[in-house]
Design a binder for this molecule. Structure first.
Ligand code: HEM
Length: 278
């Protein structure tokens, strides 16, 4: 073994009394002290860190999705595509985390599950923000956040904004497609209703990819996002089944039965429908 490796190189900075360090910049004092297990059980740390890292990645997903939505509304497609491609990579990263969580056995989880009380991922506000950003709007979910005004107001605002899919449909209209006006300007807080004019427009895009290259790329990026989100939901459901079987969730739902139902929730329905017709 080369012992020289242990000696810092000559130029390495060592005096940080007046300089920002790596830890300062990243606020590691906050992040690394934010794991507060409620039991003495060894495996609770895994449970906490998997959730915290997923939430950090969701924060970046939202950062990218909101910026991409603004850019598409301004017809700046290329930078938006780069952001959406990044979102897909993050999604693939968080899907991998189920592999780590599947090392948690039912016997291990049961030793600290009762400490969670009614807390559940169901209350993840960033997950709801992602659903809203995609276009999967639900007023009812806001009920959960009424105890926290700031959070409630943020979600309320996002509920009332056009989603990524809404701006994609506006892009179809800008390209000259005849789109039902009720899809172009509406109460954005209402769930999106499938529409035959939107379906025909996407069909046309896929039949003339050279002519509508940007819209075609946009459509494929959206399908990537939905595909990965559904895969995340599937892996979540399977991991949950493996760990708690068919017990009720801590959030109060039927558990796996509920999670199975939500796997097939579509945000961009026409983009899936047209595949049968092509
Ligand atoms: C042992 C691990 C886990 C178990 C047993 C579990 C269980 C459940 C259950 C049963 C639900 C349905 C709601 C309820 O009644 O509680 C749920 C929802 C949810 N969980 Fe998990 N979960 C686990 C890990 C995770 C992780 C690591 C995340 C990442 C953030 C997560 C995020 C969510 C989200 C976002 C929902 C809402 C899904 C929706 O409504 O579409 N869960 N979980």
């Amino acid at each position: 073994m080369n012992k020289d490796n242990l000696v810092p190189e000559k130029g390495i900075h060592t005096n940080f009394s007046n300089q920002m360090t790596y830890g300062d910049y990243l606020a590691l004092d906050k992040i690394l002290t934010a794991q507060k297990p409620l039991s003495n059980h060894h495996d609770e740390m895994l449970f906490i860190i998997i959730h915290q890292t997923s939430e950090l990645w969701m924060k970046l997903i939202l950062h990218e999705l909101h910026a991409a939505t603004r850019l598409i509304a301004q017809d700046h497609y290329q930078p938006a595509f780069k952001m959406l491609a990044r979102v897909s990579r993050i999604q693939s990263q968080i899907i991998q985390s189920w592999d780590i969580l599947s090392t948690l056995t039912p016997a291990e989880y049961m030793q600290f599950r009762d400490k969670l009380g009614q807390a559940s991922g169901f209350q993840s506000f960033q997950y709801r923000m992602i659903e809203f950003a995609f276009g999967n709007k639900s007023k009812h979910i806001l009920e959960i956040y009424k105890h926290d005004k700031e959070l409630h107001d943020t979600l309320y605002q996002l509920l009332h904004q056009p989603s990524l899919y809404d701006v994609a449909i506006q892009a179809l209209a800008k390209a000259g497609f005849e789109i039902n006006p009720a899809r172009l300007d509406r109460d954005w807080s209402e769930p999106y209703q499938e529409d035959s004019t939107v379906e025909s427009a996407w069909l046309e895009v896929y039949r003339n990819v050279d002519k509508y290259w940007n819209l075609y790329q946009l459509a494929e990026k959206l399908v990537d996002l939905e595909d990965w989100l559904q895969q995340w939901r599937f892996r979540h459901m399977k991991t949950v089944e493996r760990i708690i079987g068919h017990k009720q969730g801590t959030g109060g739902s039927s558990g796996v039965t509920y999670l199975k139902k939500v796997i097939d929730r579509y945000s961009f329905p026409e983009l899936w429908k047209i595949r049968t017709q092509l």
